[in-house]
Design a protein. Sequence first.
Lengths: 110, 115
Amino acid sequence: SQQGEEDPQALSIQEGENATMNCSYKTSINNLQWYRQNSGRGLVHLILIRSNEREKHSGRLRVTLDTSKKSSSLLITASRAADTASYFCATGSGNEKLTFGTGTRLTIIP
Amino acid sequence: NAGVMQNPRHLVRRRGQEARLRCSPMKGHSHVYWYRQLPEEGLKFMVYLQKENIIDESGMPKERFSAEFPKEGPSILRIQQVVRGDSAAYFCASSPRSGAKETQYFGPGTRLLVL
């Protein structure tokens, strides 16, 4: 079964609007991380939220975690063209590996 | 402090050849992870290594794939007798401690194309 599934799979919004992406997972976790990947590039770590945290902020990013629903959301406020990328959630669950979702492709329309 | 380095960035091989992918973790990081990304998909864990030890290779195909992280030098992911299905982006990540509890920092990846 797929751990870490993002929705929507693709999202297009106007520059300046807010973008919200969701991630659901199936097993218990220690933490959940969000990464950004520009086309053909590596992953950039955005934010880590631990299982005992409910919300975390970093600049224009806001992440929430609801362990009872096994879900997380990533909100990007006041989007910019440079935010165009794929966004992945990844869960860490006690062993060492991260389990990634399939990603949300975000396009910001100037 | 340089980030995670991977080379080569692009690698083209013909079926049956060997591919060697190298990863130098961030300074002070002793934990290395390899992931594979197929087109339009997320990353899939392959193997987790600490210096001179393979800790978890549950995501590694049983045949043709091997990984090492020697005491000196970079971590190497080796794919023998490559097939077209091995074409993918291979990412290395490193962390200073147990990775699932801490941030893993990713390299730029090696894009392998098998002709």
